[in-house]
Design a protein around this ligand. Structure first.
Ligand code: PLP
Length: 426
């Protein structure tokens, strides 16, 4: 057994190894949690999410008078997470009718909701107009035409004035990230190119019932450097003076101890400075963090089911690509530990249970003498984990457990085998 007990900084704030050498998240011993709630399970330190939300808000409000943090709900669309951020005064970014429904159900006032999407349906737009969301972010001319028709058909509630909208622009800026989550380049599927943006601005301004209040850009996700955000703001400001600039999300996080993202404060400061440099100090600034609000506040617990040695030592657990698609989608790297024996040195592959050779959670793991029955933890799984979870191989999706001051509560229950058939028509 290793003597090392250092906890990587990628674990939720307030996590520690307790006197028994077991990981504690939100004051809860994760071995106890695994016993009580089963595995796989997403375990969230509630205070971690709150403190990151407060850090974003404080950093913005200290530097800019009209600043608003909009949670990108796609990152962790669980009701309890949405409710928590609504309580913290955040707004909510939704990218579909389903996410809009979840945000409304979780208590976000409609005027605090920003609707995105590059393929919004007529029904989604009609709901947004009827509910009178705060902002619709127009992505393309087909959508504009659809809005024009809906308004002509009376979809806008009477006596409430025009619907506020932004135009999404691909500012021709791409940060250093995986190409599948890079969105700011001129060939992006999202938004108007810089070339097309001036005509789009004119077109939107010509539609009765719409009030163009500003511009939006989201250049990509998991960005670990700040200069692209300033370039993006400069590009937007170059398209004209508006009351609102929405600079999107994208701040990267550390999945492993060797990654060093900018701090929340530095990221917000860079966005504010860019706005001040290029668009002055009076406009409203919106930012839309998703990943950086929720990734590090959550860990996933697994149980080791089998061991196998060929060229490698394979440690196979009871989850995998059904609860964490990111390794398969983006070759994402994670850390792993045996939850009550941190600091192990046995080189191994932490594999999932699914029928795909690519279903590997951590290719180069180091675990302490792993054995069937061990609880293994992977940190930084709060963003796009629960969100992208699926039922491949008939594996029920895991529960989400909120932990705070040593108290645990299930906020999303584990799926059952019956749930797997809930939509089948007999
Ligand atoms: N805003 C928009 C429009 C997005 O598309 C996304 C992510 O895809 C986000 C915000 C959130 O990005 P992140 O989770 O990287 O902060």
């Amino acid at each position: 057994m290793s003597t090392s007990t250092a906890l990587s900084p990628v674990y939720p704030l307030g996590s520690r190894l307790n006197e028994r050498g077991r990981l504690e998240v939100g004051g809860c011993d994760v071995i106890e949690l695994a016993r009580e709630f089963g595995t796989p399970a997403f375990v969230v330190a509630e205070e971690d999410l709150r403190s990151r939300a407060r850090a974003f808000v404080a950093a913005g409000r200290a530097r800019h008078q009209d600043f608003q943090v909009v949670f990108a709900s796609k990152a962790f669309p669980a009701r309890a997470v949405l409710e928590l951020f609504a309580q913290e005064g955040l707004w909510c970014d939704v990218a579909s009718g389903g996410e809009l429904h979840l945000a409304l159900q979780a208590g976000f006032a409609a005027e605090r909701i920003v609707l995105h999407g590059n393929a919004k349906s007529r029904a989604e737009l009609a709901t947004a107009l009827r509910e009178r969301v705060g902002l619709i972010v127009i992505d393309n001319l087909s959508e504009l035409e659809r809005l024009r028709e809906l308004i002509a058909d009376g979809a806008l509630p009477p006596d409430r004035g025009p619907q506020s909208v932004l135009i999404r622009v691909a500012p021709g800026v791409s940060g250093d990230t995986h190409q599948k989550i890079s969105t700011g380049q001129s060939r992006s599927k999202f938004g108007f190119s810089m070339l097309d943006a001036p005509a789009a601005i004119e077109a939107v301004q010509s539609v009765d019932g719409l009030a163009l209040v500003g511009l939006h850009a989201h250049i990509g996700s998991q960005l670990l450097e700040l200069p692209p955000f300033a370039e993006s703001a400069a590009a937007l400001a170059g398209l004209g003076a508006f009351p609102v600039y929405d600079l999107g999300g994208g701040l990267g996080v550390a999945y492993t101890a060797d990654q060093h993202p900018p701090s929340i404060e530095d990221y917000v400061a860079a966005n504010v400075q860019a706005l001040h440099d290029h668009a002055g100090t009076n406009a409203r600034l919106l930012i839309e963090p998703g990943r950086s609000l929720v990734a590090n506040g959550c860990v996933t617990l697994y149980t080791v089911e089998s061991l196998k040695r060929n060229v490698d030592l394979w440690v196979a657990v009871d989850g995998g690509m059904s609860d964490n698609l990111r390794p398969m989608l983006y070759d994402a790297r994670y850390e792993a530990e045996v939850a009550d024996r941190f600091g192990g040195e046995a080189a191994c592959v932490l594999a999932g249970k699914h029928c795909e050779s690519g279903d590997v959670i951590v290719r180069h793991a180091h675990l302490d003498d792993p054995r069937p029955g061990d609880i293994v933890v992977t940190p930084a799984t709060g963003a796009y984990g629960h969100a992208m979870a699926n039922n491949y191989n008939g594996v029920p999706r895991p529960p989400v457990i909120f932990c705070r001051d040593g108290e645990a509560r299930v906020v999303v229950r584990r799926e059952t085998y019956d749930d797997l058939q809930a939509r089948d028509v007999r």
